[in-house]
Design a protein around this ligand. Structure first.
Ligand SMILES: Nc1ncnc2c1ncn2[C@@H]1O[C@H](COP(=O)(O)OP(=O)(O)OP(=O)(O)O)[C@@H](O)[C@H]1O
Ligand SMILES: [Mg+2]
Length: 162
């Protein structure tokens, strides 16, 4: 299962994020993959908006805190693992509670959740997640691929994204 999208401007990406946010459920964990400047934070801003976080709330990368929490119709956790150097460091953050809680989590640099390049199971006991891969294309174009993992063929709203 792979749901593709293309955007042509940052604003377009915000709109896509908003649409994705409207198709998430409590407990969802979204993994974002993409190079520096791909648009992970921009997409997260849109997702937060789609989850009812006020437009005035300034969603930006939680560089120093690692986790920012926003109040939408459910709690929205924005996690940026860019600075995490080891799986031990990751395991000391207490993120398990965040992931297992009654909110929706969005993770930038989600590759840090995989102990090895080819590991197929993330750390911290995460069993179901939604991957979004972002590729930088010509100019301001970005390609997005949304892949639900172990979400099954349930009636999760993400499958209605087209
Ligand atoms: N279609 C697009 N979607 C999103 N951002 C775009 C697009 N076109 C150009 N940009 C620019 O790309 C940059 C994306 O920045 P953003 O902080 O969202 O990326 P990021 O993936 O979070 O980067 P980092 O790895 O540093 O956290 C911004 O400067 C934005 O203006
Ligand atoms: Mg970012």
């Amino acid at each position: 299962m792979n749901i593709p999208f293309v955007t042509h401007s940052p604003n377009d990406t915000l709109t896509l994020g908003e649409k994705i946010g409207q198709h998430l459920e409590i407990g969802d964990i979204v993994f974002l993959f993409g190079d520096l400047g791909a648009g992970k934070t921009t997409l997260t801003q849109g997702i937060a908006r789609g989850l009812g976080v006020a437009r005035e709330e300034y969603v930006r990368s939680p560089t120093f805190t690692l986790v920012n929490e926003y109040r939408g119709k459910v709690p929205v956790f924005h996690i940026d693992l860019y600075r995490i150097a080891s799986s031990r460091e990751l395991e000391n953050l207490g993120l398990e509670d965040t992931f297992a809680g009654e909110g929706i989590s969005i993770v930038e640099w989600a590759e840090k959740l995989f102990a090895e390049e080819d590991a197929s199971t993330p750390l911290l006991g995460i069993e179901r997640w939604i991957e979004i891969h972002i590729k930088i294309e010509e100019g301001e174009s970005r390609k997005f691929n949304i892949k639900p993992h172990n979400i099954g063929s349930s009636n999760h709203p993400v499958f209605a994204l087209h």
